[in-house]
Design a protein around this ligand. Structure first.
Ligand code: EAX
Length: 323
């Protein structure tokens, strides 16, 4: 009898423990493949959240746009039908217009400059501007330096871009800038891009080497030019109400997990950038490496005039000159 009572007591205690430590599952997503710079970010984030909350929170990852493209995922996070997403800033200005300025072509000298701006006061101020729109922006991450690919011709000079029909992100700054290059921009969600390139709906697209490789665009694109025309940030977004319900310690755990995810993500971008040209050449792409960047910058002059009107010269210079 005594033993039975003890067993009942133990199982009740076990039941109590399992109730108090009930696991909460949240969804996170990216528009590209798991084997990518963003995928490794997601995997790292999930592992760190579980570790730092003793398994009370579990993150279920969705890849390749299986929950929708980036715009749809941002919208779902804003509405709270999805808790988290990692997205490029491409479609972000449709929700948080202040983020537009980051997607100006040739704004950042290089990735190190971008990291300094995003991780420093300018970037941290901008993270706060997501809050009134229903997001907790946990941290910046990286999509990478964007380069152009197409199936028509080897692009060496700005003139070679004239008349190319290119898929762009759903980003007003990119669309305005690429028009200035003479490109015919066709905004489209990422999950549709491979098929559009394959069927010739568009001649080309532009993305970091990490994305070009992860999406296997070498199968549907012949020419790559290292235009490096824009640095593409990424950002960890969480539904604000969901974040606000966490204890302060758990909130910190989510923020730290995002920072760890970004470390893994940026390291993978560095590795992809180091091996990308050789890998894409080996898959049959022609690669133009040493473009005259100054010529491409000069072509942007009318767009820059427009951006200065829109953002103010001081705001742009503050980013450009940040050390
Ligand atoms: O975030 O839409 C795009 O071209 C993005 O760079 C891609 O989905 C990775």
């Amino acid at each position: 009898m005594k033993l039975k009572a003890l067993l009942v007591g133990l199982s009740l205690a076990a039941g109590f423990v399992s109730i108090s430590s009930a696991q909460v599952t949240m969804r996170n997503s990216i528009s590209i493949a798991e084997d990518s710079h963003q995928g490794i970010g997601l995997v790292t984030f999930a592992r760190e959240v579980e570790k730092r909350t003793n398994g009370r929170y579990k993150i279920q990852n969705f890849y390749s746009g299986s929950l929708g493209g980036e715009r749809e995922s941002i919208e779902a996070v804003q509405l709270g039908t999805q808790e988290l997403t990692l997205t490029s800033t491409g479609p972000v200005p449709n929700f948080v217009p202040e983020a537009k300025i980051l997607d100006i072509p040739f704004l950042f000298r290089d990735k190190a400059h971008a990291h300094a701006v995003l991780d420093g006061p300018i970037g941290q101020e901008m993270l706060k501007q997501f809050e009134p729109k229903g997001f907790k922006a946990l941290a910046w991450a990286e999509n990478g330096v964007r380069h152009m690919t197409n199936s028509k011709r080897s692009v060496q000079n700005p003139d070679d871009l004239k008349g190319l029909k290119m898929r762009t992100m759903e980003n007003p700054i990119h669309i305005a800038a690429y028009k200035t290059f003479g490109i015919v921009p066709t905004p489209m969600a990422f999950p549709e891009v491979f098929t559009a390139l394959q069927q010739g709906t568009v001649d080309g697209q532009e993305n970091p080497l990490s994305v070009i490789m992860a999406a296997k665009f070498d199968q549907v694109q012949k020419h790559l030019s290292l235009t490096g025309h824009v640095y593409s940030p990424a950002i960890w977004l969480m539904n604000k109400a969901t974040f606000d319900k966490l204890s302060p310690a758990d909130q910190q755990a989510f923020i730290e997990a995002a920072k760890e995810g970004t470390k893994a993500n940026r390291a993978r971008v560095a590795a992809d950038d180091a091996k990308g040209v050789a890998e894409l050449r080996s898959k049959g792409m022609t690669v133009v490496e040493n473009l005259d960047k100054a010529k491409f910058v000069a072509t942007m002059a009318p767009a820059y005039a427009e951006f200065e009107k829109q953002f103010g010269k001081a705001a742009i210079e503050r980013i450009r000159n940040y050390k």
